[in-house]
Write a protein that binds this ligand. Structure first.
Ligand SMILES: [Zn+2]
Length: 311
């Protein structure tokens, strides 16, 4: 099996405790990845800025996480390599290495400066969400549902599209997504969001947004956070809840947009797949539920195709 995961918080979590990727406790780590024995493994690593980082503090924090990411690549050059464009993927994986994709969670990383977008892009950040839960200079997050896309946010979206940095709508509030849909020209992603009509959480996507993403050839990573998988009894969330979301995406025509968005190292996830090396069991479950062709699209092919088409 092959794995392509659109979102984890691992580099941010490990930078905070100054621990290298070669450890045994983080959900994404080199040893667990090896134990998964994947034919190919591409992992997006988000530089995450919580809502208390703004302005210069946000820039400094992003730079610290980026330096730590670079340090990991330098420490383990035979195991992991950064993807700088879509065509790097197959080359890195053919060499038997983890394909590492730098992303950013929260447009606070731009600190309200348009020129910062190309700077971050030049360092290899291929996707950025406009917000985390609160509002940023760009848009409102799920905790600020009354705030749409700001004037700076509109400029920023244009600039992101110009420099080929994919917009991630996960964490944005509906008002901001509505504004974004009016101006977006290029395909976009929701790196770690599920279906709101299966599990009623504001962080999950409405059916209308999912249909819009199907039409625009986007990509949605299924989040393993138990509260976004299952209502009422989240502590019981597991394989069958992932399958319920997959089924709903399929019913909306989403066969070509589904992907993985684990939220590893940033979320409480079901114990049965709480480390990257355990994903084989989830894959097996979804293979029996939907067949290998769908499971392969979800686990890898759709995301690879999106990156090759757009980056
Ligand atoms: Zn998140």
């Amino acid at each position: 099996m092959k794995v392509f995961d659109l979102h984890c918080d691992t580099i941010t979590a490990l930078e905070t405790v100054q621990t290298d990727l070669d450890n045994e406790f983080s959900a994404v780590n080199l040893r667990s990845a090896k134990s998964g024995n994947f034919e190919a493994y591409a992992q997006c690593f988000a530089a995450f800025l919580a809502d208390d980082y703004r302005g210069e503090a946000a820039i400094k924090k992003w730079d610290r996480i980026y330096s730590w990411f670079e340090r990991q690549l330098a420490l383990y050059p035979d195991k992991i390599q950064q993807v700088r464009c879509g065509s790097d993927l197959r080359r890195i994986e053919a060499a038997g290495k983890i394909a590492a994709i730098l992303t950013t969670e929260s447009g606070a990383a731009f600190a309200g400066k348009l020129e910062r977008i190309s700077e971050v892009r030049e360092k290899g950040c291929l996707m950025t969400s406009l917000t985390w839960n609160g509002d940023t200079e760009l848009a409102g997050g799920v905790y600020t549902p009354e705030i749409g896309l700001t004037d700076f946010g509109k400029e920023a979206v244009k600039e992101m599209e110009r420099v080929s940095m994919v917009v991630d709508i996960s964490h944005m509030c509906d008002a901001a997504v509505d504004d974004f849909l009016k101006i977006a020209q290029k395909p976009f992603v929701a790196t770690h969001s599920n279906c709101r009509s299966v599990c009623n959480a504001m962080r999950n996507l409405t059916d209308d947004y999912i249909r819009e993403m199907v039409d625009r050839k986007g990509l949605v990573g299924i989040n393993y956070l138990i509260y976004f998988l299952r209502e009422g009894s989240p502590e019981q969330a597991g394989y069958e809840d992932v399958a319920r979301h997959v089924e709903h995406f399929l019913n909306l025509g989403g066969e070509h947009i589904i992907a993985l968005g684990s939220d590893f190292d940033g979320a409480t996830v079901p114990e049965s797949f709480n480390q990257v090396g355990k994903l084989g069991s989830l894959y097996d479950y979804l293979c029996s539920a939907f067949g290998a062709a769908i499971a392969d699209k979800l686990f890898y092919n759709n995301a690879r195709d999106f990156f090759e088409r757009n980056l």
